[in-house]
Each structure stands twice: as C-alpha cells, then as structure tokens.
Ligand binder design. Structure first.
Ligand SMILES: Nc1ncnc2c1ncn2[C@@H]1O[C@H](COP(=O)(O)OP(=O)(O)OP(=O)(O)O)[C@@H](O)[C@H]1O
Ligand SMILES: [Mg+2]
Length: 320
C-alpha cells in the first residue's frame, strides 16, 4: 500500500498559505486550532505540522474526543494507576504522557464535555497532571494541535465550550477550505488518487477522460477530499479499461446539483449523439497515446490535419 496519508496535494492559494504558516511556526509550540468541513484534510494537516516541526523526533499522538465515552476520557487522556477502579489491573499511561516531547492532537475537540475541558485547560497551563487514582504529579511537555468541524464560537456562546480553553487552543486558527472552493485542486487530487489506487489494485489506468473530469469539477463535494478519495478508489476498482469514463464514476446523486445532474444524463451510451461519441472517442485515443498525435491519427485512421481540426472543434485538452 502506498503511503497516501502524509502528503497534502494542492495548488490552491489558500491551502498553500496554510502550509506556509505551518512552516513558519515549526520551531514554536504555538497552539493551533484547525477547523473546516468534514474531509477537508484537518487530520492530515495536523500530522504534516508535526512532521515539519522541531518536535518531529517525538511522538504524534492523536485522541479522537468524540469517539471516547465521557466516562473513559479522563483515563484515556491522563492514564490511571493500578487499582484506581475496577478493572485497572495495571498502571496505564494516558495520551498526554505518551505525547511527551511530541505533539498531542485533540481531534474533534468540540465534542468534549465541559468538565473535561476544565481539566485539559489546567494541564495545558501547568504542564502537569495526575493519573486517575494517582498521587504524584506528572510532567508532560506537549504541543497541542486541535481540530473541530463544529462552530466553536457558537458553542462558547451556548456555554458548551469554555471560552478560556478556546483562546488557549487557538493561538493560531487555520481554516481548511472546502473542496468546492478550491476547484483547481479537483483534477490535481483526482489524479493523485488515481495513481495511488491504480498501483494498489495493479491496474494500468492512464487517466480520466475530459468529460469525466469536467463532471468531477462540477460536483459539489459535500464530503470533500474523503469523498473524492472514495469515488476514485471505487472507479479504479471497477474499471478494466485504460481511461476512467463518466459512467465509471460512482458519484452519489442524492447530493447532486441540477448542473451535475444534467451532465449525468449523458452517461448512457444510447443517449449520446454521434458527435459526442466522436469527441469522447478521440479524447480517449489521445489519452491512450499520451497525446502523441501521429499515433492517435494512425489509430483513428484519419490525417493529422483532420485530427487537429477535431481537437479544435471539440476543444479537447491534454490533461496532465
Ligand atoms: N490535500 C490532500 N492531498 C491528498 N490527500 C488528502 C488531502 N486532504 C485530505 N486528504 C485525504 O483525504 C482524507 C480525509 O482527510 P482528513 O481525515 O485529514 O480530513 P478531516 O478534515 O480530518 O475530516 P473529518 O472532519 O471527517 O475528521 C484522508 O484520506 C486524507 O489523507
Ligand atoms: Mg478528522
């Protein structure tokens, strides 16, 4: 399996700016809050920030605050001593302790209950804590990165999130933009996943057809990059051709806009006009030949000038 989790693929100005900030604060322990819709890359950004930081020799420890029940979160974060409660048969270290000299990533921090918030605040301020059932204070040197897709300001206003903790964890706020606001990234990231999954599944898929790419670019991507990853993964898994066509793309139409739906109407072969078929076919052959026009003209059994006219007529473009 290729390692797809450590790299942020982008040419979007907003995201590049965020990466620039990550670089600038690499040697400081400034607390960073990452917000953004689900699937925009908050986790991957946190990991990248750790990897470029001066703590990168230390551990990156992640806690998903929404996945841990309230009754367990304290022992998860701070650990416990043997005998602290029924079932505590041995001492266990918590995430704060495990993250010593590294980064502690508090994922989905918006879902943490208020009493745990108070404890976290105290630990951040004093850098010390007690294991559950423990008497000795324990020192942990951690840098905190947090993330949420909730509106924390709203939560502060509703008394569901402590304002003092909010300011503690957001010395810098980074907002990951949704994929629909970084249209330029769509084809770039689609090709990235195509490469990864073609390799993973042992397939030799050369590219994504223009029509299909057009469709991807029009889609709204409510699930952002995670949705894109899954769509391309499925398309590659199901595909046994050289090129991914529109009909190979398993987009969930319940989220479609009218615009993408009208593009979708052309999916069925039977409904295609002759010129649309010709356009697709020429596009596919060109991709197959890596845009070597002599080869393409040879396969199509037409002259090169005629191919050039067709390329112009259909406005076909090489997709890198
Ligand atoms: N720019 C990118 N380039 C390549 N892969 C990316 C990029 N952004 C995100 N991914 C991938 O997309 C998937 C979702 O990203 P991630 O888990 O970081 O999102 P998230 O914002 O934390 O989502 P959630 O709010 O649901 O936890 C992951 O597989 C991640 O590796
Ligand atoms: Mg996440």
């Amino acid at each position: 399996m290729m390692d797809e989790f450590k790299e942020i693929i982008t040419k979007d100005q907003q995201v590049l700016k965020i990466l620039g900030v990550a670089g600038k604060i690499a040697t400081s322990d400034i607390a960073v809050l990452i917000t953004g819709e689900s699937g925009t890359g908050k986790n991957i950004l946190a990991e990248v920030m750790h990897n470029v930081s001066h703590r990168n020799k230390g551990p990156f420890v992640s806690v998903n605050c929404s996945a841990i029940p309230d009754s367990l979160i304290e022992s998860e974060l701070f650990g416990y001593e043997k005998g602290a409660f029924t079932g505590a048969v041995a001492q266990r270290k918590g995430k704060f302790e495990l993250a010593h000299e590294g980064t502690l990533f508090l994922d989905e921090i918006g879902d943490m209950n208020v009493s745990v918030q108070s404890k976290i605040l105290q630990v951040i301020e004093t850098k010390t804590f007690h294991r559950v059932g423990g008497e000795q204070p324990i020192y942990a040197d951690v840098r905190i990165i947090s993330s949420t897709n909730k509106d924390l300001i709203q939560k502060v206003q509703n008394d569901e999130f402590r304002m003092d903790l909010y300011y503690r964890i957001r010395e810098i706020l980074l907002v990951m933009p949704p994929l629909r606001e970084r249209k330029g990234d769509i084809s770039l990231i689609a090709k990235h996943f195509l490469k990864i999954f073609s390799k993973d599944f042992g397939k030799k898929i050369k590219g994504i057809s223009n029509v299909a790419m057009n469709y991807l670019e029009k889609h709204d991507w409510p699930g952002n990059i995670r949705e894109m990853r899954n769509v391309i993964r499925t398309a590659v898994a199901l595909n046994d051709k050289d090129v991914i066509w529109l009909e190979d793309i398993p987009l969930r139409t319940e989220f479609s806009t009218p615009e993408t739906e009208s593009a979708r109407q052309t999916v069925k072969f039977e409904t295609l006009s002759l010129s649309e078929m010709e356009k697709r076919h020429i596009d596919q052959v060109l991709q197959f030949c890596g845009w070597n026009k002599s080869k393409a003209a040879n396969i199509l059994k037409i002259s090169r000038p005629r191919l050039h006219r067709k390329i112009k007529e259909y406005n076909l473009q090489e997709k890198k």
